[in-house]
Write a protein that binds this ligand. Structure first.
Ligand code: AMP
Length: 463
């Protein structure tokens, strides 16, 4: 029997998708292109595949493929056939083999007796295997191996021509952290899990063109204004002329994933009314207060730790320097399945600036240590570039537990920080290491800890 320490219940074959979602009813001349622009803004949330589905009221068209948005949608300017004012889009980032299967690219399109639906999903359904097994034993055939497909099967079985009515019965069966955007011929529907673990926000272009996005940075790109976050447990329907909201599941508490603030979200996004860059800068300031160090320069690991690095420098009175340069054309190293290629990835992606670090005592600020691969490589490359001392400062507490709600983390045994700070410093060969405390992390975010999921740092799982 599982207790709430889920790490005991699952092996390392869990599928974890941290993806980017977009959708809405938009009256631009080229909605494919508009959706592409939104997906470009969300590209940091997934680089393995991209897809767009468009409805003109009669039919849903879909185009998707493996790769970056720019690779999958080279020809959006000329794609006449994809015309329609209702759209959804998806960028995907998943773990291990799941990510390499073209059939798992989203949106997923289904035709059933009451019409068509395209589904875009971010997150992870904990009871996926059980639900799937149940359906398969009754003869259901699945076209993919993602948990996202379950939603369509359950909706189709409901026997209700109104998809919202079907969803009211289906959603309470799902367990986990998730956000869905669903496209039918005549509407776009957004759903968020009862605890609001995965983010989803509502925006507006002009007076009445409503859009949904995993992150508000996509609104900025489209010149849209932020309206509000979709509430945990809420189903929001966008039609041609109106939007409607229905609370499907009660929300016993809120539990937005704190890792969105730490690493995943873009610095110009707002989550729960908090700007991600400002939160990270505060994380860096608190880190400097908790773990001061005598050094010459502070370097933030690009891109996710630049804000925290600048906060650390500001608070400690040390100069902030661009001591590491990132090659922007390499995908995230984390998704490389084998340790060897992952190691290679860090070296290809990040390079030290010798003239900045040579002969200096360097503080290197990163947002998190997971397997330790990045830190080991960074310390090594800075020393090779001539750094006298390398002090590692991490703007979050040690990651000690796997995430089951959609963030890609390995099994607990692979998490280097579970070994304790001294051992981590020894393993990564740093002169010193300091992790931000749980308490100061929450204080920096500025949201009550009760309203955040911190399971990766505490092992206490809200679902
Ligand atoms: P690791 O090299 O395994 O210790 O991973 C830590 C590094 O990967 C840090 O530089 C983070 O910025 C980054 N990171 C942390 N969490 C994730 C994640 N879920 N996916 C991709 N990269 C991550």
């Amino acid at each position: 029997m599982c207790n709430n320490k889920l790490s005991y219940c699952y092996g390392n074959d869990r599928m974890r998708d941290e993806c980017g979602l977009f959708g809405g009813v938009i009256n631009s001349e080229n909605n494919m292109q508009t959706t592409c622009f939104a997906l470009y803004a969300l590209q940091h949330r997934g680089q393995e595949s991209a897809g767009i589905a468009v409805s003109n009221g009669n039919n849903i068209w879909i185009k998707k493929g493996m790769g970056l948005v720019s690779e999958v949608f080279e020809d959006t300017g000329t794609h006449e056939i994809f015309q329609g004012n209702k759209v959804i889009g998806h960028v995907r980032y998943s773990y291990g083999e799941q990510g390499l299967k073209p059939e798992n690219t989203q949106p997923l399109l289904f035709r059933y007796r009451f019409g068509e639906m395209a589904i875009a999903h971010n997150g992870n359904l904990l009871n996926h295997y059980k639900l799937r097994e149940g359906l398969e034993s009754q003869g259901s055939i699945f076209q993919s191996t993602t948990d996202s497909e379950l939603l369509a099967h359950f909706v189709a079985r409901e026997g209700s021509p109104e998809i919202e009515e079907a969803l009211k019965n289906v959603v309470p069966v799902l367990r986990g952290g998730y956000a869905f955007i669903i496209l039918t011929r005549d509407k776009v529907i957004g759903l968020r899990d009862p605890l609001g673990i995965r983010p989803l926000s509502l925006g507006r272009i002009g007076q009445n063109e409503y859009i949904l996005s995993s992150e508000t940075c996509a609104f900025n790109t489209l010149g849209a204004e932020f309206v509000r976050d979709v509430e945990p447990g809420e189903m929001l329907t966008i039609n041609d002329n109106w939007i409607s909201s229905f609370r499907i599941t009660p929300s016993p508490r809120k539990a937005l994933c704190i890792f969105e603030f730490i690493y995943f979200a873009r610095p110009d996004s707002e989550l729960c009314g908090k700007n991600v860059h400002l939160v990270r800068r505060e994380l860096g300031r608190n880190l400097a207060r908790e773990h001061p160090v005598n050094a010459d320069v502070v370097v933030g690991v690009p891109d996710s730790s630049i804000s925290a690095g600048s906060g650390f420098a500001e608070e400690s009175g040390l100069p902030y320097e661009m001591g590491l340069i990132k090659n922007r054309y390499i995908g995230r190293t984390f998704i490389q399945p084998a340790p060897e290629t992952r190691k290679l990835g860090v070296g290809i992606k990040l390079n030290p600036v010798k003239s900045i670090v040579e002969g200096k005592r360097v503080v290197i600020v990163d947002d998190s240590i997971v397997r330790g691969t990045t830190s080991m490589q960074l310390v090594n490359m800075l020393r090779q570039a001539g750094a006298l001392e390398v002090h590692m400062r991490i703007s979050s507490p040690p990651v000690i537990s796997s995430c089951y709600y959609g963030i890609n983390t390995p099994t607990s045994s692979e998490l280097i920080a579970s070994q304790g700070s001294d051992e981590v410093a020894r393993l990564i060969k740093a002169d010193s290491i300091g992790f931000l405390s749980l308490e100061k992390m929450i204080e920096s975010v500025g949201i009550s800890g009760e309203k955040l999921c911190q399971a990766c740092f505490t092992g206490d799982y809200p679902v």
